[in-house]
Design a protein around this ligand. Structure first.
Ligand SMILES: [Zn+2]
Ligand SMILES: [Zn+2]
Length: 187
């Protein structure tokens, strides 16, 4: 079995099925880790990945790298883009890998996914991915390790760790109280 087959298998098992996103996420991760001089077959404790979408590719990235939200090594940026940035904590090197947009299959329905998977496996990396070194500074509050900072929201009174509080007109607010809330209390 090749490296690609092995890593695809890992990603597929974690995700639950094989799909275009699993192929993309696997190939993105192979490229990103290679550019950082890391072996995707081994867990690398210095790797942090920013993923810009919460779709299938995120599962492939997590399955292969072992990076996760819980370990603070997988960061989610809700940009809705098929891209991820791979960061080596040792030296700060960051490589962003984005999928080159292109219509690759004309098929629809049941055959479309199988066809997409095959095409995405066959497409040369240079036509599939755009790979660039980027500047990236990980804020202190986003680093792995124990929380170093705590605060309390002056409106909902809930605790906030990791410097996520927002100063607003002399008050300290949590993200939900300060911004556009994703939930509201029932009346
Ligand atoms: Zn999928
Ligand atoms: Zn609050």
């Amino acid at each position: 079995m090749t490296d690609l087959d092995l890593l695809l298998g890992k990603a597929k098992e974690f995700h639950g099925d094989m799909c275009a996103g699993i192929v993309l996420g696997t190939r993105m991760t192979i490229a990103g880790m290679r550019e950082l001089g890391m072996n995707p077959q081994e867990k690398n404790r210095d790797l942090i990945v920013y993923v810009e979408i919460d779709r299938c590719i995120a599962d492939a990235i997590q399955a292969i790298t072992g990076c996760s939200l819980g370990h603070r090594t997988l960061k989610y940026k809700p940009y809705g883009k098929f891209a991820a940035t791979y960061v080596d904590l040792k030296n700060g090197t960051a490589v962003r890998v984005a999928v080159v947009e292109k219509k690759r299959t004309e098929k629809t329905g049941k055959d479309a996914m199988q066809d997409a998977v095959r095409i995405l496996l066959e497409t040369p990396e240079s036509e599939l991915l755009r790979i660039r070194r980027v500047n990236l500074v990980i804020p202190n509050g986003d680093m792995p390790g124990m929380p170093k900072h705590r605060a309390r929201c002056s409106r909902c009174n809930e605790m906030i760790v990791d410097s996520k509080e927002i100063a607003h007109e002399g008050n300290v607010l949590c993200g939900n109280c300060a911004g556009v809330p994703y939930y509201t209390d029932l009346a």
